[in-house]
Design a protein around this ligand. Structure first.
Ligand SMILES: *Cc1c(COP(=O)(O)O)cnc(C)c1O
Length: 225
């Protein structure tokens, strides 16, 4: 009988081998692609087997939930790199800057201002990505593609924020490749090296289109309850 921990470990290795195969197909180095293991809704008992592999880069979508499990895990696995991949309210900016090593969801000027203030106050320097709403979905966060250049300019000049990448979540019912290609184009023309795109269902396509970070949850941890 395989335990849940064994299953998660096996899933992880399977995802890694798919990442490597996609990199080879795309003529890229697998080492240039970071797997961000999305552990939202899963507890320390499911996260620990992945830390033991050892894997160190994880993503969460809620600040509050992350505060409940990551301070303890981070104290035992000190080189953990934690990404915030969900919407961030300005009143949680301080906690986010304290806990997260990368905030992938910078999506409005008010948040840029709040992050700049907390980065100044705490002396921490999380990596920052701008979320782009490539599908122009009203219910989804993110800067519209036409506004990306000017928003990045504002982040740099008004707030002195060193944004290094872009992130997107394509609409569920559309061909993701079109969205990944658009994100890659926006990043390239703004001189940004990092591209967070691709989830369990489409990370191979994302790698072929230049993803440097793939955010994979269910393919590793199983279905979320
Ligand atoms: C949950 C989530 C993921 C992971 O999705 P899976 O389909 O489980 O791999 C990736 N990105 C974001 C922004 C998410 O919220």
């Amino acid at each position: 009988m395989m335990t849940t921990a064994d299953q998660i470990t096996q899933n992880y290795h399977h995802v890694m081998s798919r990442i490597e195969a996609s990199a080879v197909r795309a003529g890229r180095q697998a080492g240039d692609i970071t797997l961000v293991a999305i552990s939202k809704t899963f507890g320390p008992e499911d996260i620990e087997p992945v830390l033991q592999i050892p894997h160190r880069t994880f993503g969460e979508n809620r600040v509050q939930e992350s505060l409940g499990k990551w301070p303890e895990l981070k104290s035992r696995f000190a080189d953990t790199v934690l990404h915030l991949i969900g919407p961030l309210q300005t009143n949680k900016a301080r906690e986010a800057v304290d806990l997260f090593d990368c905030i992938e969801t910078v999506d409005r000027e008010k948040l840029a201002g709040a992050l700049a203030k907390e980065i100044q106050a705490t002396g921490k320097a999380p990596e920052l990505f701008v979320q782009v709403n490539t599908g122009l979905e009203p219910q989804k966060a993110g800067i519209e593609p036409q506004q990306v250049d000017s928003f990045l300019q504002t982040c740099r000049t008004t707030y002195d924020l060193p944004v290094t990448g872009l992130m997107c979540i394509p609409p569920v019912d559309e061909e993701p490749a079109l969205h990944f290609a658009l994100l890659a184009k926006l990043a390239s023309r703004n001189g940004l090296a990092k591209l967070s795109m691709g989830m369990s269902g489409d990370f191979e396509t994302a790698i072929e289109l230049g993803a440097t970070h793939v955010r994979v949850g269910s393919a590793i941890f199983g279905a979320r309850g």
